[in-house]
Design a protein around this ligand. Structure first.
Ligand code: PAF
Length: 156
């Protein structure tokens, strides 16, 4: 497994791998991987040729008091798990590579984003969709794999 930390590196590496042929399967995560994430990587491994996972604790999807700082960061353990599952590329960007200081880009979420979990977490799904759009722009996957436990997120 190769680990890349900048969008430029990720684009270069994936560009080369794509040229060699194959579909890219992408599993976006915030790390602290558990059995659910592992099943997504295994599914991606079975259905696509180049498996990419990302680990990025996305500040934009945490509201005030929602423990962004205390979110577990266990990159070495996660990296070993991904390697064992046959992941080809780990993209683990730093915050500055995803959000620049003057960044004003936002994403409008459909009305579904204001209901259920969205009702008690204003701005949460805007943050999720923004980071996923940014990650998709970098990884350019043919297929992406999201857990079904957070059904609202998966639908959005
Ligand atoms: O489900 C998650 O872990 C996150 O919401 C996601 C999709 C990786 C975006 O940060």
């Amino acid at each position: 497994m190769k680990t890349v930390t900048t969008p430029a590196e990720a684009r270069r590496l994936l560009g080369r791998m794509r040229e060699a042929g194959g579909r890219v399967g992408f599993v976006p995560t915030m790390g602290a991987l558990h059995a659910g994430h592992e099943s997504l990587v295994t599914m991606a491994r079975g259905l696509t040729d180049i498996v990419v996972a990302s680990i990025f604790v996305n500040p934009r999807q945490f509201g005030p008091g929602e423990d962004f700082e205390r979110y577990p960061r266990v990159i070495e353990r996660d990296s070993a798990a991904l390697e064992r599952l046959g992941c080809d590329v780990l993209f683990a960007p730093r915050r500055e590579s995803i959000y620049s200081a003057g960044d004003r880009t936002t994403i409008a979420v459909s009305a579904l984003g204001d209901r259920l979990c969205g009702a008690s977490r204003p701005g949460h799904f805007e943050g999720v969709l923004l980071v996923v759009a940014k990650l998709f722009n970098i990884v350019r996957p043919d297929a992406a794999f999201f857990g079904q436990k957070d059904a609202q997120q998966a639908v959005l």
